[in-house]
Structures are given as C-alpha cells and as structure tokens.
Design a protein around this ligand. Structure first.
Ligand code: DAH
Length: 360
C-alpha cells in the first residue's frame, strides 16, 4: 500500500495521530487502554467514526484515496492497541500468579532460635554456683606472656610444659604464647589487687576461658579446650576451706548426692596440691565405662596457693593465704552428658547441640 497521505485528513486527527504512540505507552493497565480504545477506534464519537463520516461526505472522486488513507490509519491504531492489550493482559496474569504464591494469612516462618553452647552453659552454671559465695568473674587474654603463664606460677625454668613440644609460641613473637591453662589469670589478678587486699577483705574470683596445648586430636584430647580457674585469698585459709567450698559447689552442680574425694598431687603453684574426684554421676560409684570401673572421675586440680605465687605478685605470704583450683570443662561436660567423644563439642552439629539442651 502507498504511504499514508495525511494531507487528506482533518487537522484534528493528524494531531491526534501524532500523540497516539505516547498516549498508548502511558497506558499502564487495561482500563486505561480501553479508554484510549474508545477515543480512537470506539463505535461512537471516536476518531475512527469521525473519519468514516468524513468519507461519506467526501466528493466521489476523492473517496478512493481518502478511504485507503482512513483504513490504513485505523488498522495502524487497531494493531497497536491489540499488541498493547496482549502485553497488559500478560502482565496482569503474572501479577496474579505471584499473588497466589503467597498465602498472606499464614503466620510467618519462625527461624530456629540460637542458644548458648553447652560448654558456655556449663561455665555459666559454675559462675552462678560460686556467685553467692562472693566470687566474681575475671578474664585474661588467651595470648599470654611466659611471666603470667609460667614464672608467676612458680613453674621452674626447666619445666617440660615450657617446651615447644607442649606449648604454642607465637611465630612472630616467640616471647608470647597461647596460655596453656587459666592459672595465669591468678597472676594478673593478684598483681592488680595486691595493694587492695585489706580494703577488699581478700579476693575471690572465677576465671572461665579457653586454653591451648599441643595435643593431638582424639576422643579425649583437643589442642583447644576450656578451664574454669577459681581462687580465694584471705587470712588463715587452709585445706578445710578448699574442701568445704568444692564439696558444696559439686553438690550444687551435680545434686545433693554428689560426693568428692581429694588425692595428693603436685602442681608447682600450690602446696599442698591435690586432685579432686567426684563420685561417678553415671554409675553412682559402682564402676562403669566413664569412670573406668573405679567409681570416681577426676575433675580438677587444686591446692593451697604456694607462697612464691603470692610473693611474685607482691603479697606477703606470712599475712595472706588462700586456695586455688582449675577445672576441666570438657571433661566435666562429657561426664554429665555421657558424651563419649569430646570432638562433638566442637563440631557444632545441630542435632548434638539440640540433644545437649538437656545439659542445664
Ligand atoms: N593449671 C592446672 C592445669 O592446667 C590445673 C590446676 C591445678 C589449677 C591446681 C589450679 C590448681 O589452680 O591449684 O592442669
């Protein structure tokens, strides 16, 4: 067909035709499109109707050319309107489909709640057991100096624990190490509070935390584990205070029936030194796999603070005395939860952690 000869058409319609593409693009829904359709191609009063009237009243000899121009214009409008309608209908359908994906009346999904790790819970429980006895919580850094980790604890220069076979020293700073126990917190606290002992009427604290040793990983060893250190400084403190305190704490932790026993042992920072066992909470002392048939499980080291430890911190051992203890957290957790493999505490398998919810 020949190019549209617009000169044959009324001015009003030529102007409308120029506006048409923009008006069509502005239609964002089917209602708007239908209104536009009415204006251009509707049965009454539309531009198309006006054009047909124009054609009717045109002189005979012009009818052919004018008719062709009008038809061409009308079908251009119709096609464009139809294409836009298909577009908008498609859009409406996908919007409705998306709406049906969601049932907005349902309550939202609740994400699983986090919780304290079983080892943290056990340490927190110990803190709560000792809090009413006047113990507060102290912390020390995991990267320590030899002074705090060894020297201040009366550990001799040639002690095997100082060797690189047992202890992680920092490659870039060989005078620093990863603390091998929580006992260096004793040294820090004693030094800090040495001059305030009278005013404070002594010291009592608990120091839970991570410690590191060069141990191969196996069911009962890990190069990183946890301890809770405890310390009391006062006047005239003896083994009876230590025993009474720990016996009370173990009853609070394991139940009224908990029984403890002390065996002589050696740690450079206490004198006398001892290890404390609790009667096996699993078999009640009859003997089982956990207590290896003995009826008792070792749970901590303890003793009366060595005078050299007090002296190192600037405290007079002729006036002050005290006791200290260091408890293995994994060991205790394994026992109370009957967990045979310590690695379970570090793998953080959700199923295990859920099961351990009962540890409280
Ligand atoms: N620090 C010792 C260890 O890591 C445990 C210990 C023993 C701590 C006796 C003490 C203590 O405070 O008095 O094996």
């Amino acid at each position: 067909m020949d190019a549209l000869d617009l000169s044959l058409l009324p001015q009003e319609i030529v102007v409308a035709n120029e506006r048409f593409p923009a008006e069509l693009a502005a239609c964002s829904d089917l209602d708007a499109l239908n209104r536009l359709k009415g204006v251009y191609t509707g049965r009454e009063g539309s531009f198309a109707v006006k054009l047909m009237e124009k054609l009717k009243s045109a002189p005979k000899e012009r009818k052919r050319d004018l008719g062709a121009a009008i038809n061409s214009l009308k079908s251009t409008w119709e096609e464009a309107l139809k294409a836009k309608q298909v577009d908008l209908e498609g859009m409406k359908k996908s919007l409705e489909a998306a709406k049906n994906l969601w049932d907005t009346t349902l309550p939202p999904p609740v994400p699983p709640m986090g919780a304290l790790h079983p080892l943290d819970r056990l340490m927190a429980r110990l803190v709560e057991v000792f809090r009413p006895l006047g113990y507060h919580v102290e912390e020390g850094p995991e990267v320590e100096t030899e002074e705090h980790n060894f020297d201040g604890l009366n550990i001799p220069e040639d002690h095997s624990a100082r060797g690189t076979a047992d202890t992680f020293y920092l490659a870039a700073h060989p005078q620093l190490l990863l603390r091998t126990h929580t006992s260096p917190v004793q040294v820090r606290v004693l030094k800090r509070l040495a001059t305030e002992l009278e005013k404070r009427n002594g010291i009592r604290f608990l120091a839970p935390g991570r410690v590191y040793r060069k141990d191969e990983i196996d069911p009962t060893h890990s190069p990183m584990f946890h301890q809770v250190e405890g310390m009391l400084v006062g006047k005239g403190i003896g083994m009876h205070h230590l025993k009474g305190t720990l016996a009370y704490a173990m009853k609070a932790l394991f139940g009224e029936g908990a029984d403890v026993r002390f065996r002589p042992s050696y740690f450079p920072f206490v004198e006398p030194g001892s290890e404390m066992d609790v009667r096996c909470p699993l078999c009640g002392g009859a003997g089982c796999r956990v207590c290896k048939g003995s009826g008792w499980v070792e749970i901590l080291g303890a003793g009366l603070i060595h005078p050299n430890v007090l002296r190192f911190a600037g405290i007079d051992p002729d006036i002050w005395s005290g006791f200290a203890f260091g408890m293995g957290v994994e060991r205790t957790a394994m026992m109370v939860s009957q967990t045979p493999d310590l690695r379970l505490f570090f793998e953080n398998d959700q199923r295990f952690l859920k099961l351990m919810g009962g540890l409280d």
